[in-house]
Design a protein around this ligand. Structure first.
Ligand code: NCD
Length: 345
């Protein structure tokens, strides 16, 4: 059986997000956007910019992480995230190991921590972890040996920080560096979305002008207003004059009970059709973390249309993941990112 972190460690995770920074304020793990300042987020975005240039060249490889071993540990399904982490690691010249959990010894009863200790004994430098329990990445980061870094590739409905950063990168590349003038609308299943939670933290940290969340009452978490967002249950009003419209997938695998009348009804009210998109600004961009469900949350003509940047998000995911991995494993070469007075103390 997998050793589940459970509720207690979710709460603990909120208290100790600080474990992701080392004593110099540099990223040692990347587990959540919470608790990170705009300098670190902008540093990730600026570093990704230089990797985006490398990714556009015919030879897409740099020797930055030569000799490092990175392990992809995915306990939950993934296409984009796992493959772009693998590509990112390879473009940094690291060695990559993909562990297929469904065929590994965890399915023979080994606990999560025992599996990790065994992989750790193979002298790896970084674990990329996806798990369906909120708090799993923190749990692992707290229990691995101190020379291993952990990157959260999605834990339950809690956080998906690299997805949020590739989304910020996509917005910045399309709309410029000033998030203060942007109105961003996030639509759909906010309740179960780790992507939305991380996006909201990142948008707030980058001082976005306005962040709106839109969906049926059953799919909007209570108290989400406390995260500094405005809630709309009406799609037309919610996306009115938006610069960025982010659509989310219905996370049926995380839903308990009937939260939706039917997919058809959801689509009629909240699906992004060409007609509804007209309420947003004429130059609004349309985003989605994938996988998309055509005809459920988005019309094909919009997903494949001129305003869609959905495939750009996938491309930029490689640059963002290269940035995060190189910052975390190349910490010694980085400058201290704490404010000067704090660093002197
Ligand atoms: C998201 C995820 O897994 O949280 N997908 C992704 O990482 N690209 C969103 C989703 O599954 O709907």
């Amino acid at each position: 059986m997998v050793n589940k972190p459970g509720k207690a460690s979710i709460l603990a995770a909120q208290d100790d997000w600080n474990i992701q920074l080392d004593s110099h304020g540099r990223l040692k793990h990347f587990l959540t956007i919470e608790g990170l300042g705009s300098e670190i987020l902008n540093n990730i975005l600026d570093t990704a910019e230089s990797f985006a240039n490398i990714n556009e060249q015919s030879v897409k490889k740099v020797p930055l992480l030569r000799g490092k071993t990175i392990v992809n540990l995915f306990f939950e399904a993934s296409t984009r995230t796992r493959t772009t982490f693998e590509l990112a690691a390879k473009r940094l010249s690291a060695d990559v190991l993909n562990i297929n959990i469904s065929t590994s010894a965890t399915s023979k009863g080994e606990t999560l921590l025992d599996t990790l200790r065994n992989i750790q004994a193979m002298q790896c430098d970084m674990f990329i972890v996806r798990h369906n329990d909120s708090g799993a990445a923190h749990h692992i980061a707290r229990n691995v040996s101190p020379d291993i870094s952990v990157i959260n590739a999605g834990d339950g409905r809690h956080a998906h920080p690299t997805q949020a950063m590739l989304d910020m990168f996509t917005i910045r590349r399309s709309k410029g560096h000033d998030f203060g003038k942007l109105r961003v609308a996030i639509v759909g299943d906010l309740m179960h979305s780790r992507v939305a939670r991380s996006q909201i933290h990142a948008l707030n940290t980058l001082n976005t002008g306005e962040v709106r969340v839109i969906g049926p009452k059953t799919l909007i978490p209570m108290g989400i207003e406390n995260m500094g967002v405005t809630v709309y249950n009406d799609m037309a009003a919610g996306i009115k004059d938006a610069d960025v419209v982010i659509m989310l997938r219905l996370q049926k695998e995380r839903m308990q009970g009937a939260l939706l009348p039917s997919e058809q009804e959801f689509y009629a009210m909240y699906g992004l059709s060409r007609e509804k998109l007209r309420h947003a600004k004429a130059d609004a961009i349309v985003m989605h973390p994938g996988p998309i469900n055509r005809g459920v949350e988005i019309e094909t003509a919009v997903a494949d249309g001129p305003q869609s940047v959905i495939l750009k998000q996938v491309t930029y995911g490689i640059s963002i993941r290269m940035a995060v991995m190189s910052m975390v494993l190349g910490r010694e070469a980085q400058s201290d990112s704490r404010p000067a007075d704090e660093a002197k103390a």
